[in-house]
Design a protein around this ligand. Sequence first.
Ligand SMILES: Nc1nc2c(ncn2[C@@H]2O[C@H](COP(=O)(O)OP(=O)(O)OP(=O)(O)O)[C@@H](O)[C@H]2O)c(=O)[nH]1
Ligand SMILES: [Mg+2]
Length: 306
Amino acid sequence: MNGSPVKIGLWGGSSSGKTTFLKSLAAAARSVSWVVGGSGEHQALSDEYLDETNMARQRDNAFSDATELEFVLQWRFAPGAGMQGTAFELTVRDVKGGWHETPTAQTDYVQYLADCAGLIYLFDPILDSDPEAGNHSTRNTDRMLRELTRIAAPGRRAGAAPLRHHVAVCVTKFDHPHFFPQLRAAGWATQDRDGQRQPRVKDRHAPAFFDWLCDRDVEQSYAREVKELITTHFAADRISYFVTSAIGFRLHGPGVTFDPTSDYVNFNEQGRGKRAQIIGDRRPINVIEPVLRLVESISRTPEARA
Ligand SMILES: Nc1nc2c(ncn2[C@@H]2O[C@H](COP(=O)(O)OP(=O)(O)OP(=O)(O)O)[C@@H](O)[C@H]2O)c(=O)[nH]1
Ligand SMILES: [Mg+2]
């Protein structure tokens, strides 16, 4: 797809993994033999985001600080030599998660989401098991969707046509030791057949996987509330689900494939108040895939670009 950049809104609660997702895009693109580089008026900062992996490794390889400022980013993605696909430009903003303190910032952010053709919603399953954080995250989703509806479709009433956006719902932190063993025991994880044989929840199982998340805690499921909110506001055929890890699993040496009996955790907690560190290379799982899916479905529905 050529022409003006596709606008994708990234949205999710505080600490749901937005910045890490964006900073893993270069590694994710490489893994499918695509190339990505900063472009447009924000080229320098956008390139810096992609370089972060290398720069951070030279320093301490820690996760990024919580986002306080807003970063406007623009990248050009292109298939590598011999790869299928059409190059495209993507613009996205990295903002702090949750709800914004000032009404102006709220309106500005929701207006930006309303202007996007696609949305990536990051759902954090770790915070979801924390009642207070989960509750907070659901309330934010609820407020955001009500505001989005008010701005994107003024006068829209219950039962009216859904919003035009394409939405990729990504369950983040797939690799996390508080999450992966649970989903593995429930039979959701498969392993890639080749390459590093990283675990993955197959795309075709991802919607049912999200339902499993909704049902895993019968008492209070924020996943269920989030799903209800999203399916109420967006068209069913424009919603897709992915199970994502921005950092992937740890491998113990070059050429070694994933071994579920090894220590596969790819980060180290550093104690209270300190940011965790990523141990090995980033091996993103389902980071570039939702972007490519959104861009492809947006290109088939020109009115989505509004
Ligand atoms: N295990 C694991 N942890 C992750 C992953 N991505 C993010 N995290 C953890 O989540 C924390 C927050 O990630 P960020 O990317 O900063 O989250 P954010 O949504 O940008 O947060 P705000 O900017 O504060 O809204 C990180 O410090 C990590 O501890 C992932 O793919 N796997
Ligand atoms: Mg951030």
